[in-house]
Design a protein around this ligand. Structure first.
Ligand SMILES: [Zn+2]
Length: 411
């Protein structure tokens, strides 16, 4: 199932250095049903490591993608924030690269066509690639031509043979998930026109670290990129990052523009300054990441002390939001239903199930008003303002919130 877990998937180095171990963890999205409960849940090591050779931060374990994505039903178009992001990105790219009805924009993992639809509206030919049959069907119904396939070397060759290569190649939030990183980048090279540009967005490791967001680490995310590590990755395949910028989506992301290597290319000033900043902060050094490991260990200790103290005073604690990050956090902290009575969540799909590894039941948020708990532990802390607004009625009985990240905080 996994290749040697101690080889860097980007450069092949075997000198990987440990940053932090979050223990053996179940898959964060594998919610359990009542009848699953007596059966022990499969767990995999969740170990974050740093490659001193190419600076890529990654986890060691590669879980079989079929196990990971068996219930992957995410439709991007459901999120207003994502749609606004997609619309402005398509406008910027169209203008920057003078796209016309002679161009072709190809998106890898195109989902339901939520991004390509904006190019199409502008009269620019598009092609999506996505492995999920049900999602491809929705895209096709919306008039977005979509090839149903995993993107790899073979798919890239097939398309090239059909005469389809991209002036623009898009990959938003795909680079973090690839077991065969080299095969993917080679595929990009094949599918990208001589003078084309590939645009990738990835969650930015620097944001994860400065905000202590260790709960964004789970088995589906194999990589945590810096600009330095991305540049090394593309360089190994004779591709070059020519421009980069930070974007405020998914808790802080990095967007890079990649072209075939040519002697004539001049990297942008903002790329140069972002790189210089990374070297200054030390994103190419193990020390930077080790400090993060220590911070997270302290955060765990502080949180468990607080919860033990509240329980010893007979306080009731529940949680809100059964997101994947909540699974990483609670499993790493070893928090179970002994401490947290239940998790309120608005999704009917999740209600009646249990958070992986914890045996904590997921219920309708209405239960909060009925049971009047003393403390509500907010797992999707990134949405805390919105959630505290929804739950403001807990002030009626003197309820409090616990915010776990970046520091443990009671409000
Ligand atoms: Zn490496």
């Amino acid at each position: 199932m996994s290749e040697n877990p101690h080889i860097c998937r980007s450069c092949g180095s075997d000198a990987l250095k440990p940053i932090i171990s979050l223990g053996d963890q179940p898959l964060a999205n594998a919610l359990r049903t009542e009848k699953d409960l007596p059966i022990p849940q499969k767990k995999y090591p969740l170990e974050l490591v740093f490659c001193p050779n190419c600076s890529l931060v990654q986890i060691t374990e590669t879980v079989n993608p079929e196990e990971l994505f068996s219930e992957y039903l995410y439709f991007s178009s459901y999120s207003d924030t994502m749609l606004r992001h997609a619309q402005s990105l398509s406008a910027r790219i169209t203008e920057k690269y003078h796209l016309s009805n002679d161009s072709l924009v190809i998106e890898i993992a195109s989902n339901d066509g939520y991004l390509l639809q904006y190019f199409k509206k502008g009269g620019i030919p598009v092609l999506g690639i996505d492995p999920a049959k049900n999602i491809v069907k929705v895209a096709e119904e919306k008039g977005i031509p979509t090839k149903c396939a995993f993107f790899n070397l073979e798919t890239a060759r097939e398309l090239r043979n059909e005469g389809k290569t991209g002036d623009i190649l898009l990959g938003l939030n795909v680079l973090a998930h690839l077991a065969d990183l080299s095969g993917f980048i080679e595929g990009v090279k094949i599918l990208l026109k001589e003078n084309g540009t590939a645009v990738f967005e990835v969650p930015y490791v620097r944001d994860m670290i400065t905000r202590n967001e260790f709960d964004t680490i789970y088995h589906e995310h194999l990589y945590y990129y810096s600009l330095i590590s991305l540049r090394n990755l593309f360089k190994n395949h004779n591709l070059e990052i020519v421009d980069a910028e930070q974007v405020p989506v998914h808790g802080g992301s990095l967007r890079v523009f990649v072209q075939h290597h040519k002697a004539s290319i001049h990297p942008s000033t903002r790329l140069e300054s972002l790189l210089a900043e990374e070297y200054e902060v030390g994103l190419d050094k193990l020390r930077y990441y080790e400090e993060f490991g220590r911070e997270v260990t302290h955060l765990k200790a502080d949180t468990l002390t607080l919860l033990a103290e509240l329980k010893s005073r007979g306080k009731t604690i529940v949680a809100y939001g059964a997101a994947a990050k909540g699974s990483t956090l609670l499993n790493y902290y070893g928090i179970t239903k002994e401490t947290i009575d239940y998790i309120g969540d608005r999704s009917p799909y999740k209600q009646g199930k249990y958070l992986p590894g914890t045996q904590i039941p997921i219920v309708s948020p209405d239960t909060i008003a009925e049971t009047k708990p003393d403390y509500i532990f907010i797992l999707p802390w990134n949405l805390k303002d919105e959630i505290m607004d929804q739950l403001k009625y807990i002030k009626g009985w003197g309820g409090h919130y616990i915010i776990p990240i970046p520091r443990i905080q009671v409000i």
